[in-house]
Design a protein around this ligand. Structure first.
Ligand code: SF4
Length: 203
């Protein structure tokens, strides 16, 4: 049975909560690879329950990590409650840890409410994939189940999250995007007082 719940990547401990996602991006690693950094298969036969996630952490030497990153093959905030409760448990039991969520920024659309106040004091950083400089282009690339409203939804999520999370970064991958679009993205993000980052494409 395949059940890689946590895995090391670039010195951090990553958490794989789900393979589900509200997007179906044309560049998604789920379509192209079956491993990250030679790690075990990250396809979950079923989603781990909370007690299985905590048991997995307890098997690890958590003192050697600074960052825990909710990421995985899929959107961690498809399981918003589990993600936040796991992060809360980590903070309570291992206060030295910093916690980041890598997300498509659609949690408020998924949950149909503003979830961002729940991040306060628990989540240290949120990294959101912006991918495009317009709702239309985002939809062409990401095929969100929320259609054209996904783009404004993720920007709104980012602005709300900034009230409760010390670092909120929106990023684009330097692939299938023009230099002009990157600069448009930078303007969109920085006008909202948020961080912008260009990430390199991983073949
Ligand atoms: S948001 Fe991430 S997990 Fe979801 S389809 Fe896009 S690349 Fe894949």
């Amino acid at each position: 049975m395949s059940m890689t719940i946590t895995y090391e990547f670039e010195g951090a401990l990553y958490v794989n909560l789900t393979n589900r996602c509200s997007n179906d991006c044309i560049f998604c690693l789920r379509n192209n690879h079956d491993s990250v950094n030679g790690e075990d298969n990250l396809w979950l036969d079923r989603e781990p329950q909370q007690h299985e996630i905590l048991a997995d952490f307890k098997k690890r030497n958590l003192s050697k990590y600074t960052w825990v990153v909710f990421c995985g093959y899929g959107e961690p905030l498809m399981r918003c409650h589990v993600c936040i409760e796991t992060a809360r448990w980590l903070k309570e039991n291992y206060p030295h840890l910093k916690i980041r969520i890598n997300t498509n920024g659609q949690a408020n659309l998924i949950e149909k409410r503003d979830v961002t106040p729940e991040f306060e004091g628990i989540i240290d950083a949120i990294s959101i994939s912006l991918n495009a400089a317009s709702a239309k282009r985002y939809d062409e690339l990401c095929h969100s189940c929320f259609g054209l409203s996904a783009y404004d939804g993720l920007l709104d999520f980012a602005e709300k999250a900034k009230r409760y999370v010390p670092s909120v970064t929106l990023s684009v991958v330097n692939h299938d995007i023009t230099a002009e679009e990157i600069e448009q993205c930078r303007t969109i993000v920085e006008n909202r007082g948020l961080n912008f980052r260009v990430r390199e494409y991983i073949e």
